[in-house]
Write a protein that binds this ligand. Sequence first.
Ligand code: CTP
Ligand code: MG
Length: 337
Amino acid sequence: RSYKRQTLCRFDIDRLNAPFLEIFESLIPTEEEKAKQKQLLTLLENIICKEWPEARLYIYGSCGNSFGVSKSDIDLCLVIGEEDINKSEILLRLADLLQSDNLENVQALTRARVPIVKLMDPVTGISCDICINNVLAVVNTKLLRDYANIDARLRQLAFIVKHWAKSRGVNETYHGTLSSYAYVLMCIHFLQQRRPAILPCLQGMRATYSVTVENIECAFFDQVDKLQEFGSHNRETIAELVWAFFNYWAYSHDYANTVISVRRGSTISKREKDWTRRIGNDRHLICIEDPFETSHDLGRVVDKHSIKVLREEFERAAEIMQYDANPCVKLFEPYVP
Ligand code: CTP
Ligand code: MG
């Protein structure tokens, strides 16, 4: 492999903008779908507020961070004030309440890594998972949504990357590949690194929003309406960015020595984080720092086998973007083992 290969963008790259934008548009949820999500949220809020008047229900994940494609499940987080609650007890009680309100496929998974209740609403056809007191996820959802509201190209790029990852079977943490959350952070990092930069580093700016969650101070600039011009000096189009994104992960990223950090707005060295050797199951083969839980490497799910799969998929995508006459078809061809 030639990791330091220098290639220029293909000469006809702009021809690819329209088809990429078309794919992006086709993935966006409709207003009708968003209205149905709201309807379900209101229904659930009513059920919950009768039992726990102090509790609040928050959307997190793709329906809240604006990176959700059409027909996504909704991720919800029930925040109950008290610290020392018995999550299993609450989830079981919640499951009972939901069942008696005619919601379907209600299931409490109390032993999961993140304990949840699953349900399906027969009226809207939407499924959702409810977890408890996962406030960091609610806050990182806001961070992602705020980034999305700075420059439209982030949402376009992330939809295309997520669609590619799902089509190619590399969006499955239980098989050692990356979560959607990790891919969105990779896109944000990438746009922070363009010259001129397309995205700023919100955590490096004056904090206008700040909360402390589980002893972690989460602070960043969130007045993104003031940053609408931020990326305007960079005129790169979505096709150029897709091309460059895959090139970066195929040939330019230094997997051996660096960690990507949206918090810093740059890469940092593995040495600085002490992520140089395997500890337990953390192999640090591709390092993506969580913006708030900075000891979390979102690449920790990746192992010796799946890193190879992942890098070969990045290379395949880069090759297609470079040479294929019709990359918008080939890029998303389902992976067949
Ligand atoms: N999350 C997290 N830490 C992780 C993985 C996920 O905090 N290691 C939280 C994030 O708030 C993320 C949410 O869980 O937004 C959902 O994660 P994921 O399913 O990866 O992303 P979605 O955006 O919901 O993607 P999809 O459209 O594939 O459902
Ligand atoms: Mg999700």
